[in-house]
Write a protein that binds this ligand. Structure first.
Ligand SMILES: C[S@@+](CC[C@H](N)C(=O)[O-])C[C@H]1O[C@@H](n2cnc3c(N)ncnc32)[C@H](O)[C@@H]1O
Length: 264
């Protein structure tokens, strides 16, 4: 079967989406998250944390670029939006149905909501500088965790991702997912779950993660806590998504992966 990439980028992109996009990616509402402690990792310059906190969610964002100040993040985000849109425009066919101006405007709108909240967080309680697979949180600290557009997306093109020579190998993906599970007491949601190739298919790293959790979920979770205690059973399912990126590959099998702790 011929597989053709729909996008290849030179480097990790620092731009983010609106809370409304998270709602369609993951099939959740801010209302349903109200009063919950929620992790967004990676959060980037997404406005999810700002908008969720304003809606009564106890939300926290993690990103390694939070080592930098607001001025630098604004510049980096603006540059990355321009670069990505230019690469999409140059790509024959795959984005012909997408309004690239609207795509860029959406990311800029998220940035303008993110930056004031980021600057206001002087205590550093909502925006945490950290890098998967190392998370500076207690076991089971979050009710729900959302992880969008890092896992799968920035894997190597040979596996179906968009980043040549990606450091995000299968081993890294395993470690990242188990780190996210460690800090989550309810459910972990990952998006996207498909390759960026035509014809699209479920990303092989996602399939491997699901297989490992299903085969060894108790032992796997014990291992991630590293203390030998029994932390329960996790169930995996695909939640159909209505998020439309405009990429034909993405819209096939469009779903988030939900990894949910089962009651004992
Ligand atoms: C394209 S953004 C996604 C932001 C947001 N989740 C969204 O869907 O709009 C990807 C982010 O991953 C961050 N990142 C890169 N390496 C990371 C790592 N090892 N752990 C956590 N985040 C990382 C980047 O800095 C960037 O902000």
């Amino acid at each position: 079967m011929v597989t053709k990439p729909t996008l290849i980028l030179d480097r990790m992109q620092f731009f983010g989406r609106l809370a409304a996009d998270y709602q369609t990616m993951f099939g959740v509402t801010l209302e349903s998250l109200k009063g919950k402690r929620v992790l967004d990792c990676p959060a980037g310059p997404s406005s999810f944390v700002a908008q969720a906190c304003a809606a009564g969610v106890d939300a926290v964002g993690v990103d390694p670029l939070y080592a930098h100040g607001a001025h630098e993040l604004r510049q980096r985000c603006q540059d990355d939006i321009a670069y990505t849109v230019q690469r999409m425009a140059a790509h024959e066919g795959a984005y012909s149905d997408l309004n690239l101006q609207a795509y860029a405007d959406n990311k800029r709108a998220a940035l303008e909501l993110f930056l004031p909240d980021y600057e206001a967080d002087r205590a550093g309680v909502r925006y945490i500088n950290a890098s998967l697979p190392t998370l500076p949180f207690a076991n089971d600290e979050f009710d729900h965790t959302f992880s969008a557009h890092l896992l799968v997306t920035y894997s190597d093109p040979a596996s179906g991702g968009i980043l040549p020579n990606s450091p995000f190998t299968l081993e890294w993906h395993m470690a990242a997912v188990f780190a996210l599970m460690r800090v989550t007491r309810g459910s972990l949601h990952v998006y996207p779950t498909t390759t960026r190739t035509l014809p699209a298919r479920r990303h092989p790293y996602i399939e491997a993660i699901v297989a490992r959790i299903e085969a060894q979920n108790v032992r796997g979770h014990d291992a991630c806590h590293g203390n030998g205690d029994t932390m329960g059973v996790w169930k995996c399912r695909y939640e159909p998504s209505t998020y439309q990126r405009g990429d034909m590959a993405q819209n096939y099998l469009n779903a988030s992966l939900v990894i949910e702790r089962q009651p004992l």
